[in-house]
Design a protein around this ligand. Structure first.
Ligand SMILES: NC(=O)c1ccc[n+]([C@@H]2O[C@H](COP(=O)([O-])OP(=O)(O)OC[C@H]3O[C@@H](n4cnc5c(N)ncnc54)[C@H](O)[C@@H]3O)[C@@H](O)[C@H]2O)c1
Length: 325
């Protein structure tokens, strides 16, 4: 039985990852989450959740895991800027303390850290893992700083995944990420607002990200040991993306407002070569189209698409107001 610890198990990605990994009967999972967005995983014999801040876990707690998957981050640019001290603690300083606790664990095969392709900032060339990062926001600067720490310390076997912007359905739904927001507004407001729109982005379906994590866990040949990977399934700009979504879903009578003067500083196009190597024999065009349609079908059934809980910034704003960190 592989024993896996998932930090941030109740978040957007965690809530898809837990059921994805539990399909393998040889996996048992402990989740730890401060539950800013509630408890979002169903009960399962091979899953146990601790509602806790990861910084409060003792040295002893980490002794027995084969894999630790770290999904904790204040993972949204505006949310990360709300209270820089809180973001620094969550996304960096407390992770250093975490590192020092887990470096003593004897069974650990891999610590898998979820970083972001936003570390590339604004970059005109096709990005690979060899391209120089140019992070812009506090969030992406801290992702890169922690990546460097992991690489330099070399006390824990690691894999770093730099994810493209995620999309897809999750029981902890997020509408502050591009594709999900476009689809929601298209369905419920019959309106799409494009700000800027020429900025290039790399997108990653959440289930695809889970599949990459699963392959890393099953990697007996240690192909992914101590490596960094860009993970995603397609690139496009927001104007083209809007057209693609409208075309695929065949939605009619949607007003598209294009505010051309807004400039988004981040723009990057990422090679999908690494993702294709990890998940070979996949038709990425088919995967993209199918996943967008599935996301559309799920969002259509959402009973509370405008709930504040589904906007990361609103949830952290509320928390910081109450707790004055
Ligand atoms: N969503 C994206 O588009 C995207 C893109 C690139 C990278 N990533 C990375 O993927 C990972 C997961 O992202 P997500 O979209 O699921 O984010 P999320 O905000 O939905 O999930 C993060 C989870 O961590 C929990 N958490 C926060 N602070 C905690 C603490 N101190 N102790 C315990 N739990 C805590 C939250 O309650 C939340 O459930 C993050 O590391 C993020 O940086 C996400």
């Amino acid at each position: 039985m592989k024993k896996i610890l998932i930090l941030g198990s109740e978040g957007f990605l965690g809530s898809v990852l837990v059921p994805h990994l539990l399909k393998d009967k040889d996996i048992s999972i402990i989740g730890v989450d401060k539950c800013f967005f509630g408890k979002n995983n169903k009960k399962h014999n091979n899953f146990k959740l601790y509602k806790k801040d990861y910084k409060k876990l003792s040295n002893k707690f980490f002794g027995n895991f084969d894999f630790i998957i770290d999904l904790v981050n204040i993972s949204n640019d505006p949310a990360s800027e709300l209270n820089k001290k809180f973001t620094n603690l969550t996304n960096y300083s407390n992770k250093i303390k975490l590192y020092n606790k887990i470096k003593k664990s004897k069974n650990l095969s891999r610590y898998i850290y979820m970083s972001s392709c936003s570390v590339y900032g604004n970059n005109k060339n096709l990005i690979t893992e060899k391209s120089a990062p140019k992070p812009i926001s506090l969030y992406s600067k801290l992702c890169l700083k922690y990546e460097k720490y992991l690489k330099n310390k070399k006390k824990i076997p690691f894999s770093i995944m730099r994810l493209g912007t995620l999309y897809g359905w999750s029981s902890r739904m997020r509408y502050d990420i591009a594709i999900n927001k476009i689809i929601r507004d298209m369905i419920f407001l019959k309106k799409i607002e494009i700000l800027g729109g020429t900025q290039l982005r790399f997108f990653c379906h959440n289930i695809f990200a889970c599949e990459v994590i699963y392959r890393i866990i099953c990697d007996n040949k240690k192909k992914y040991l101590n490596k960094v990977f860009n993970v995603g399934n397609f690139n496009t700009n927001i104007v083209q993306l809007t057209k693609k979504i409208l075309h695929l879903t065949k939605m009619k009578n949607v007003n598209v407002y294009h505010e051309k003067n807004t400039i988004d500083k981040r723009s990057y196009e990422v090679s999908i070569k690494s993702s294709k190597k990890i998940v070979p024999n996949k038709n990425f065009v088919h995967l993209t189209n199918k996943s967008i349609l599935e996301t559309f079908k799920k969002i259509k059934k959402d009973k509370s698409p405008f709930s504040n809980r589904k906007i990361t910034l609103s949830v952290y704003k509320e928390f910081l107001k109450k707790n004055r960190i």
